[in-house]
Design a protein around this ligand. Structure first.
Ligand code: RBF
Length: 157
């Protein structure tokens, strides 16, 4: 009989960090609202959520790393919206930021969630920030709590 690792419920004592980009703020503020609402619905107190606004998505990893290595948080949720323009800037940002975020998670052994929209158009972003395709900030917060609850039941060795 295989042993499926259980996922612990949210511990109200846990602190969560959110790093959110100001660039495309109309979108990222919706992602932030979705994430905070989801955390609170699941039992995280608002006072236990630390939010840091950074200029753009490119700046997210450095602040995420600071939070992740502080030892004060059980997860870091990264929120941003990169929208394709006339040049290839979006590809550079997306590649650098996604790689950095995965590295921070592995280096710190903490869930560092990738909630950065990488869209072809503003319309696509609107759909993912509380529109037709849901709210990816809320999804990210849910994934963060799930990962925290799962890792609590897997020994670090
Ligand atoms: N940041 C974002 O979060 N989303 C974007 O769509 C975005 N587009 C940018 C386009 C250009 C041409 C430049 C130069 C920057 C853009 N940034 C964007 C900002 C970037 O993440 C960062 O804040 C700045 O490059 C300063 O390091």
């Amino acid at each position: 009989m295989p042993n499926t690792i259980s996922i612990s419920a949210v511990d109200p004592a846990d602190r969560y960090a959110i790093v959110v980009a100001q660039w495309n703020r109309s979108i990222t503020s919706q992602l932030l609202e979705g994430a905070v609402t989801m955390l609170c619905e699941e039992g995280v107190a608002e006072s236990r959520i630390d939010i840091a606004w950074v200029p753009g998505s490119w700046e997210i990893p450095l602040v995420a790393q600071r939070f992740a290595s502080s030892g004060n948080h059980v997860a870091v949720i990264c929120l941003g919206a990169v929208i394709r323009g006339e040049t290839t800037h979006d590809q550079h940002i997306n590649r650098g930021v996604s790689l950095a975020i995965s590295q921070i998670a592995l280096e710190t052994s903490l869930p560092v969630l990738f909630g950065i929209l990488t869209c072809e158009s503003m319309e696509q972003a609107i759909h993912r920030a509380g529109g037709q395709v849901g709210n990816k900030g809320a999804d990210c917060a849910e994934a963060a709590m799930q990962m925290v609850g799962l890792l609590k039941n897997i020994p670090t060795g």
